[in-house]
Design a protein around this ligand. Structure first.
Ligand code: PMP
Length: 416
């Protein structure tokens, strides 16, 4: 790692840019689940969910290059690429979710979803989980407590407990209490915005009926249920194509991003057409780059590859195999208190004391850096950053899973 580049970077970009790892990693090339440094040393990528069908997948590279060489404009000209993609993508949703608006980032998608929810409900109140992350705009920073501790939450926002199965939190009870509190303060709810895999909160799976009950509460109060699928969407959870499908409830709006273009910036909002119509009658939405032909071709290639290479099924198979391997490690290392998640989105909670459940934040940082030294890339999540976040490209195989478990074993052994 060039110290000179690091210094220049800090000088040119300033303080809000962070790097992963004590020894920063500088990849120069990616292929499948591998990232390579300048010496061509391979690192197993068990973290990057954006390159979900594998780094630099040739089908996406080709689609982008071909469309780039032919035409790239915006959605104010008639072009089949956005229509074909919308029709195909909507086929992956329950019938009532029948409109797509395209954006460039997950943040833009969430920001638009909030505007639609406000337009529909006439309210401003928003419920999010206690350690949520939903994006970078001003409106989203106000509802993303995980961005920084100590920042005041805006007065129209209420924080609810995630359905933490390890610490036994009452998600639905917390939603009800927050709605009552809003009512007492004269705030009309507009939305319950939930990351379907609760990735920043610590990777959780609501038990059967919990998400449906929470959605019902917010709907009765006049608000919408928005499922943020930026993290779990496009097959990652294995058992289903969308994370929200883990419960028997259809959201009013669904926001998409990250894996949608395998690295190309493309995102969107899928929702009920009556909601998008209501919004569209009052105001127009034009996003200069959102839905351009190049983005649509990239997104189409991703969807095609996900199906052709059966990657959802792979996420289920390899995900459960990997979780098994991690649970076997949990038998041998006391520090591993819980292995959870679904498909290829796994959280491994580390604690110092099983009875007190004290977060082992320091151990988690040592593990992440120890894994990086052993050339496997993972990270941490949760308010105390004590949960290992394992979220590889969906082309991860059992062999890759074995390698990850073996290196984690070695890393944990070096700590004890
Ligand atoms: N929602 C969730 C759950 C996310 O994890 C992220 C990005 N980490 C976003 C929204 C924002 O997406 P983007 O960075 O593309 O704006």
């Amino acid at each position: 790692m060039s110290f000179e580049l690091l210094t220049r970077r800090q000088k040119a970009l300033g303080a809000s840019y962070r790097l992963f790892y004590e020894e920063p990693f500088a990849p120069v090339r990616g292929e499948g689940v591998w990232l390579y440094d300048k010496d061509n040393t391979p690192y197993l990528d068990a973290y990057n969910n954006v390159a979900s069908i594998g780094h630099c997948h040739p089908a996406v590279v080709r689609a982008i290059a071909e469309q780039c060489a032919q035409l790239n404009t915006h959605t104010r000209y008639l072009h089949p690429s956005i229509v074909e993609y919308a029709e195909d993508l909507l086929g992956e949703f329950p019938e009532t979710l029948n409109n797509l608006t395209m954006t460039c980032t997950g943040s833009e998608a969430n920001d638009l979803a909030l505007r639609i929810a406000r337009c529909h409900s006439g309210g401003t109140g928003i419920l999010v989980t206690r350690w949520a992350y939903h994006g970078v705009t001003s409106a989203l920073a106000e509802i993303s407590p995980s961005l920084a501790t100590g920042l005041p939450t805006a007065s129209h926002v209420r924080l609810v407990d995630a359905p933490d199965s390890y610490r036994q939190k009452d998600f639905v009870g917390s939603v009800k209490a927050a709605l009552e509190d809003m009512q007492q303060h004269g705030i009309k709810p507009s939305a319950l915005l939930i990351d379907s895999i609760f990735s920043s909160d610590g990777v959780f799976s609501p038990s059967n009926g919990e998400m449906a009950a929470a959605a019902q509460c917010v709907r009765e109060a006049g608000g919408l249920y928005i499922a943020d699928e930026v993290q779990p969407g496009f097959g990652r959870t294995g058992g289903q194509f969308w994370g929200f499908q883990r419960d028997a409830v259809v959201p009013d709006l669904v926001t998409l991003g990250k894996p949608m273009g395998n690295g190309h910036p493309v995102a969107g909002v899928v929702g009920r057409s009556d909601l998008l119509d209501q919004f569209g009658r009052q105001q127009r939405y034009f996003n200069t780059y959102g839905g351009n032909p190049v983005s649509c071709k990239a997104a189409q290639a991703v969807l095609d590859v996900l199906r052709e290479e059966n990657l959802q099924a792979n996420a289920r198979d390899v995900g459960s195999y990997l979780a098994q391997g991690l649970r076997a490690l949990a038998e041998r290392y006391e520090v591993i208190a819980d292995v959870r998640g679904e498909g290829l989105f796994i959280g491994v909670e580390l604690v110092e004391n099983c009875d007190a459940r004290t977060p082992a934040s320091r151990a988690a940082a040592l593990v992440v850096n120890g894994m990086r030294q052993r050339r496997v890339l993972i990270s941490t999540t949760g308010p105390a950053a004590n949960i290992l976040k394992i979220r590889p490209p969906l082309v991860f195989t059992r062999t890759h899973a074995d390698l990850l478990v073996e290196r984690l074993d070695a890393t944990l052994a070096s700590l004890s």
